[in-house]
Design a protein around this ligand. Structure first.
Ligand code: PLP
Length: 398
């Protein structure tokens, strides 16, 4: 099977969660509330009959709202007509950008670990994905500028940046982004930047879109989505902003992938985006508390949590429990402790400098997190866990 058609670790772990009744902290599917006004507006749009194809570029109201959001929040100016394209989630925007701008013989550079759609998108377009590992630094991750420089060749067309970053929860600092921008300008690269967690940044850290840096707007496609911001991951409404020439190229592919989608959702999100600041401040509060609850629980259970500055996920080092391999740990954990997590190695392309990292999601109701923490603590407290349970456990079926 090719990379793009493999069964993913998410499918395996979700099945395992169903089979064992484990608390699923694997996939980033929130069970948190959505803005009531948004749910109401979408229902009203359906009942009012807004149920047919929208314009291929998206409802004008949503394109205007996206442009207003970029201007108010970041000072970035995009023309709603021509420089904003509504897509079927960020997923489609990323795939369409790779398909539009790269092909066989081209290379796409991204950081390692990376979101699992990137290797699949590169495979679909026939381009080669080349990764630059993020450096493990203390309890977090940092840009390795030399690794990025080494990854760029004469065949590199796209630099795929994800900040805030999944799976690490890293927010690229402005200084790091300046370095990335310098390399992009020097090698005349187009930057596609996945900013779906733009609003979910904690502890006063600041999300800086790389498009705001000098010389970057004209070479950057900014991708975002309503899914993570409003806890509506099932709606699949995303968008991409950039210079008209790049957006037109993406639109020309997008029209044959889905043409358009989600008319009533687009109508609701167009209104909600104008009120995003208050909503997002509340959601950050909820997610910060969730993260702290989970981090404290992981630490109490004897695992070592990493820093999580953004998004839905926290990594933990499993070596204190006697495990060295995240995949094996994750396959055993549901039966052992009734919790599902995802090995960070699943997001790795190159050699893994830290195969003992495991990703837990905290986009869940506090009850679910408390339940998970209790289960982990019960196991972590047992002597066996610390001396390498894996040696006494039969290997999992696959
Ligand atoms: C969830 C996620 C996406 C997918 O966004 P959709 O709008 O649901 O398609 C893209 N990139 C990252 C990093 C994500 O975590």
């Amino acid at each position: 099977m090719s990379r793009a058609t493999e069964t993913s670790i998410f499918t395996e772990m979700t099945e395992l969660a169903h089979r064992t009744g484990a608390v699923n902290l694997g996939q980033g599917v929130p069970d948190l509330d959505s803005p009531p006004a948004l749910l109401h507006d979408v229902s009203a749009a359906v009942l009012a009959g807004h149920n047919q194809y929208p314009p291929a570029a998206g409802l004008p109201a949503l394109r205007e709202a996206v442009a207003a959001h970029q201007r108010a929040r970041y000072g970035l100016e995009y023309a709603p007509d021509g420089e904003v394209l509504v897509t079927t989630g960020a997923t489609e925007a990323l795939a369409a950008a790779c398909l539009a701008l790269t092909g066989p013989g081209d290379e796409i550079v991204t950081f390692d670990p990376c979101y699992d759609a990137y290797p699949a998108d590169a495979a679909l377009s026939g381009a080669k994905l080349v990764t630059a590992p993020l450096a493990v630094e203390g309890d977090g991750f940092a840009l390795d500028a030399d690794a990025l420089r080494a990854a760029v060749t004469g065949r590199t067309r796209l630099l795929l940046l994800n900040s805030p970053h999944n799976p690490t929860g890293k927010v690229f600092t402005e200084a790091e982004l300046r370095t990335v921008a310098e390399i992009a300008v020097e090698h005349d690269l187009t930057v596609v930047t996945d900013e779906v967690y733009e609003h979910l940044v904690y502890d006063g850290a600041r999300h800086v879109p790389i498009a705001t840096l000098p010389g970057m707007r004209e070479r950057t496609l900014v991708v975002s989505s309503a899914g993570k911001t409003f806890n509506v991951t099932g709606w699949k409404v995303g968008w991409v902003c950039g210079p008209a020439e790049l957006v037109t190229a993406v639109a020309s592919v997008k029209q044959w992938l889905t043409y358009a989608s989600g008319t009533p959702y687009q109508a609701g999100i167009a209104r909600m985006l104008g009120a995003v600041e208050d909503w997002a401040a509340d959601l950050r509060g909820t997610l910060t508390a969730n993260r702290d609850l989970l981090a404290a629980g992981l630490a109490e259970a004897g695992l070592s949590p990493c820093r999580a500055e953004a998004g839905y996920f926290i990594q933990a080092d499993i070596r204190p429990w006697g495990f060295t391999e995240g995949l094996r740990f994750c396959r055993e954990l549901p039966a052992l402790a009734g919790v599902v997590a995802i090995p960070t190695s699943a997001f790795r392309q190159g050699t893994d400098p830290a195969p003992w990292l495991v990703r837990f999601s905290f986009c869940r109701r506090p009850e679910a997190l408390r339940d998970a923490v209790k289960r982990l603590a019960a196991l972590g407290g047992r002597e066996g866990a610390r001396t390498g349970l894996t040696e006494r456990t039969a290997p999992p079926p696959r």
